[in-house]
Design a protein around this ligand. Structure first.
Ligand code: F6P
Length: 320
């Protein structure tokens, strides 16, 4: 392959720029031409495509967000959208595409692959909910951002002897809540992948108070319910001086951690290696600390992402 393109799609994630940089630089190093597609699949169907050169990806490795911009574009699920996209790629003489994003973005890449256009998926989402990889680009930065907030909330929670329900993003996945909760010493972590009992949560807070504990921090994944609703339900079991804090999109921004930058660089370089060999229809990942590439159709249709529930059990033991 001599000419490839790259796009970022869905919710942006810190480290996407590092991946764009890696794909661009590695491809040019290998003698290929690279095109950047703005606004994900929305930009693809209208041909918002431009040549990328080394200076275009300078000074971005440390920046959050995505320099290629992003969009949610459900229209790409239609035959019309996909055919328009392929037409644009052919118009620019592009032979392979790298898609950086989450679940929706992978489905777009899978659709292109099924229509015979080679696409490679790179997992980029703060949610860490993509099958075929232990970690996605942006997850490490997101949990560190949540952790900083937990530490800050702990200060005020202790001062006022309050309970805090801290709601974090993650869509239907509990990974962000789980990892940040363990790192932040949360008293309880509530995730969609594990049932919980409100009365037990209340009893735990009461036991802590009886032992003289000042703060109580509950990290709640948004996929379970909203923090206000959780606090409302909790109040039926007693007055715990509860406050809620919804971290929201703050968790999606910021400079990527070293770990995310390295992961993004590895994925980007590897995706180019695969396209250079003429391989498409794959998604890259990191499993047991090894770079892997798997069939994107099989991964999406037959594999499931599971959070590390041993962390949940561990937290139960550490926060009784
Ligand atoms: O997938 C990333 C994510 O930030 C989820 O955690 C969240 O549920 C969703 O995107 C929010 O989407 P939007 O930015 O479109 O409101």
């Amino acid at each position: 392959m001599k000419r490839i393109a790259i796009l970022t799609s869905g919710g942006d994630a810190p480290g996407m720029n590092a991946a764009v940089r890696a794909v661009t630089r590695k491809a040019i190093y290998e003698g290929m031409e690279v095109y950047g597609i703005n606004y994900g699949y929305a930009g693809l169907v209208v041909g918002d495509i431009r040549r990328l050169d080394i200076p275009d990806v300078g000074d971005i490795i440390q920046r959050g967000g995505t320099r290629l911009f992003s969009a949610r574009y459900p229209e790409f699920a239609t035959e019309e959208g996909q055919l328009k996209g392929i037409e644009q790629l052919k118009k620019f003489g592009i032979e392979g595409l790298v898609v950086i994003g989450g679940d929706g973005s992978y489905h777009g890449a899978m659709a292109l692959t099924k229509r015979g256009f080679p696409a490679i998926g790179i997992p980029g989402t703060i949610d860490n909910d993509i099958p075929g990889t232990d970690f996605t680009i942006g997850f490490d930065t997101a949990i560190n951002t949540v952790l900083e907030s937990i530490d800050r909330i702990r200060d005020t929670a202790t001062s006022h002897v309050r309970t805090f329900v801290i709601e974090v993003m993650g869509r239907n996945a509990g990974d962000i809540a789980l990892w940040a909760g363990v790192a932040g010493g949360a008293d309880d972590i509530i995730i969609p992948e594990h049932e919980f009992d409100m009365e037990s949560v209340a009893n735990k807070i009461r036991d802590g108070r009886d032992r003289g504990k000042k703060h109580c921090l509950i990290v709640l994944a948004e996929g379970v319910m909203g923090a206000e609703e959780f606090a409302e339900q909790l109040s039926e079991y007693g007055n715990f001086h509860t406050r809620v804090s919804v971290l929201g999109h703050i968790v999606r921004g910021g400079s990527p951690t070293a770990r995310d930058r390295v992961l993004a660089s590895k994925f980007g370089g590897y995706a180019v290696d695969l396209l250079k060999e003429g391989k498409g229809g794959l998604c890259v990942g990191l499993l047991d600390n090894k770079l892997v590439a798997a069939d994107i159709v099989d991964t999406l249709e037959n594999k499931k992402h599971n959070p590390d529930l041993s962390l949940y059990q561990l937290n139960q033991a550490l926060s009784f």
